[in-house]
Design a protein around this ligand. Sequence first.
Ligand code: GFB
Length: 430
Amino acid sequence: MEDAGFCDLSGETCTTPANSDRYIFYDINPPEGFNLRRDVYMRYAIWLHKLQMNRNDLNLKNFKLVLPPWSHLYHWKYSEVPEHIPWALYFDIESLKKFAPVIEMHQFFSDYGVTYKKVEIDDVYILQHYQDMFETGKFKKVEIDDVYILQHYQDMFETGKFEEKMSIEDCNIPIRVNYFYYNNLTSNNVRCLSFHGHTSQLTSILKNSTASSFLFDHAEVALHDMFGDKLYWKCRRSMRFNRELHKIAKKFREEQLDADDKKDMTILPDDWRKEIPRRNAIGGPYLGIHLRRADFVRSRSKEIPTIENAVKQIKNKLYELKLNKVFIATDAPSNEIIEIQSRLEPEYTIITYKPEDWVGEKYKDGGIAIIEQIICSYARYFIGTYESTYSFRIQEEREILGFPVESTFNRLCYDGSESCSKPSIWKIVY
Ligand SMILES: C[C@@H]1O[C@H](OP(=O)(O)OP(=O)(O)OC[C@H]2O[C@@H](n3cnc4c(=O)[nH]c(N)nc43)[C@H](O)[C@@H]2O)[C@@H](O)[C@H](O)[C@@H]1O
């Protein structure tokens, strides 16, 4: 791989090139899960989309958004350390690019002439450090010009007075030394930015700087410019999953759940830009459930049902809809799944997704969770878990597919409250 020509003479430290592409990185509070991260991506993709459309200030048009690899997510198991999973494993990058100027981290490194071992699986690259680099400690360093760690204004919570503002202040959260679990990705210029407001407010930082690369850490502190408008949904629609994940889910839906996309009216055009408003999707002849357990059992015990009660609600809905199959997406341990089975069968058929070995190896926890989300998205009726972002993303997918609202915005109620409030309805806008 050729050096891009902006490293120091020793070639060990590289900084960003002037007057060419400029890069925006963002990172998120480590415990946040995959589906909240998808929402934070949208805030930055929409911002970059707007910058690219900017006709008045040409300097703002050159920015690229670097997609942070899916490394060390709190809820996932990883086979190797460090493992940097690129977005292409889960998303259709060409589809994302039709909305915002995004690049993968490995492309950024490659632009910088940094050598990583690329392991190619189909057309997806997994980046690994060369083992000898660990042994010799010889890494070529990449320095990000300006790092801003976003933090909340302490006093806003105390006074309850929320107004749009930002200012450099002392840090009230820990500072990282390296970024994205790359030992060689650092910065000499790290500041804490107390922030309240919308993501586009950050534009003034770009305008007042000649730096070429910026990292916004704790990016989740910045809010959506506008939640649920046309642009929001364009961005959301561009977030199509990797085609192979769709293929795996489709085969499963057809073989196990009698789905037929033509009959079920769930066919979308190949390009999200060709989608049109509609509400005539029927969905496969099964009930889709997202039953979030794991950490929710501890942290949200008052808001989610017991297994016994969840099964009661599932049975009632199956009876009402005259369906006999239920697909359950869940992170529940196997003993709870066995309990659900024993309470539902033989009256009803319960289906869960068990990946073939190659699927598990290639797509890991993240891919399996996505396949289950897709299967729920194509169901005749969906019931999710209260305040789970995993359920929210399924609801959005169903809005894109054109389901009637009543078949989508439903939740499992907690014990003793069989008619609990419905989740907020966020209808698609074109
Ligand atoms: C309370 C908060 O809840 C947030 O979770 P919440 O919004 O449900 O949504 P996620 O952040 O996506 O859930 C975290 C992870 O749990 C796994 N998971 C959840 N549900 C399922 C499922 O039905 N099937 C499979 N296969 N995997 C599932 C999946 O790996 C997902 O990335 C957390 O991200 C926060 O850290 C925090 O714990």
